[in-house]
Design a protein around this ligand. Structure first.
Ligand code: UDP
Length: 410
């Protein structure tokens, strides 16, 4: 059954490569043994070497067989908005499907790249989604819409935690489509912490272990509006009077600061700005930081696993379990006040809450996909017979009193 099954993994941004490094290697290496075919495709949403190439190289992930180069094309056209991005992505996704004819497409996360699942689904090709059921319950977040869209288009959903699974069931997604596997970020940390330990980045930046704050800032809610961005930078300027702040800057943040003429705030502070860093260097900085201030979902998880207090500088988070664990403070308006609180926080929280089952989530996903290919899950996952297990479908057809097994015939 696995023979000739064609699986495409379709990724788009920096953390996708970090989270998927192990699963990608397993999917690539398992082809001969298990008889399926795997193709790694990249949308090109992130395309700068520092946000893409460096991760393939450092994490030893083979480059994608096909890159749709969406980001580069849009940059050349000078039109990089959500609408233009989705339009081009949809068109390129259709071309990719025509070319590769996959039997299933595997996605991760909540980026704009996952919106292309609508095209995949329209071709009646099964969609698989890792990181299903993440919700911030904050409709203003662009990613919240992406999460909801992909989950409801998916034939198979891997959730990090059981809580996410329950949430999807409450949204009406049938349970047989959902599996809880743990958070695959733990695999990235297990793989690369030893290498990070040897990184000379602290010396390079003249920092001392436990005596600095590491910060990342890139979400639309923090950088798109001039006043909000200025306030965030001023907060960091003030925080840097307490402890030096290291700020690796995404190209978009750098461009926003330049365009809005806010560079002076950085100059009048103890903020050390850098280019975006490789994962090994960044992981070392995270591990040795006294405090992390971030608007990144992934950095928030990494801080919890590493035992470093974290302030999430956002209105809401799709990872509320880090707050419930006592590892994260959500901050919208009082960074320095919250930093003082965070510095007093006990750091003995349970570091395993993101992967309560232990073991490797990537391995669990790999084995599960293999067994579903073998048993023909993807061939039947949208069949009418399967859907008839759903009470709403049974009621709609007036079949709620029929025996489940005889429904197709009736
Ligand atoms: N990261 C990195 N270099 C940096 C900043 C972040 O390698 O300069 C890593 C970080 O360890 C985490 C991921 O990139 O694994 C987070 O990416 P990002 O904040 O872009 O994504 P989000 O989690 O917000 O989707």
């Amino acid at each position: 059954m696995t023979k000739n099954f064609k699986l495409v993994t379709f990724l788009g941004i920096r953390p996708d490569i970090i989270r998927m490094h192990k699963l990608l290697a397993m999917l690539e290496n398992g082809q001969m043994k298990h008889g399926y075919r795997h193709t790694y495709v990249h949308s090109g949403q992130h395309f700068d070497f520092q946000l893409d190439g460096v991760f393939h190289r450092q994490l030893k992930v083979d480059p994608p067989k096909l890159n749709l180069r969406v980001g580069k094309v849009l940059k050349r056209r000078g039109k990089t908005g959500h609408v233009q991005q989705s339009a081009l992505l949809f068109q390129k996704t259709a071309e990719m499907i025509e070319r590769l004819r996959p039997d299933a497409v595997l996605y991760l996360g909540d980026t704009n790249t996952v919106l292309s699942a609508i095209i995949v689904a329209k071709y009646n090709i099964p969609v698989i989604h890792i990181e299903g059921g993440g919700r911030s319950f904050d409709w203003r977040m662009p990613e919240e819409k992406n999460r909801i869209v992909i989950d409801h288009l998916s034939d198979l959903i891997y959730c990090y935690l059981d809580r996410y699974k329950q949430l999807l069931v409450s949204e009406g997604i049938p349970e047989f489509r959902i599996a809880t596997v743990g958070n695959i970020i733990v695999d990235a940390l297990s793989s690369f912490l030893p290498a990070a330990g040897k990184s000379p980045i602290l010396d390079r930046l003249k920092l001392r272990r436990g005596e600095y704050v590491l910060c990342t800032l890139h979400r639309e809610e923090n950088i798109d509006d001039r006043d909000v961005l200025a306030a965030k930078l001023k907060d960091l300027q003030q925080l840097s009077q307490m402890l030096p702040v290291v700020l690796p800057m995404m190209p978009r943040l750098k461009a926003r600061i330049r365009r809005e003429g806010l560079g002076g705030i950085l100059l009048r502070s103890k903020i050390i700005t850098t280019e975006p860093l490789g994962f090994i260097e960044f992981l070392k900085l995270e591990k040795e930081a006294r405090l992390i201030v971030t608007d990144s979902g992934t950095v928030q998880e990494e801080a919890l696993i590493l035992g470093v207090p974290c302030i999430v500088t956002r209105r809401s988070t799709e990872r509320p379990e880090t707050m419930a664990a006592g590892a994260t403070i959500l901050d919208e308006k009082d960074l320095c006040g919250n930093a003082e609180e965070a510095l007093k926080m006990p750091t003995d929280w349970d570091r395993n809450i993101l992967n309560p089952m232990g073991g490797s989530p990537s391995e669990r996903i790999f084995q599960d996909i293999l067994s579903r290919i073998r048993t023909g899950f993807f061939a039947n996952s949208r069949s009418f017979e399967e859907l008839q297990q759903n009470l709403f479908v049974r009621q709609a057809y007036g079949l709620e009193h029929c025996e489940l097994r005889t429904m197709a015939a009736s």
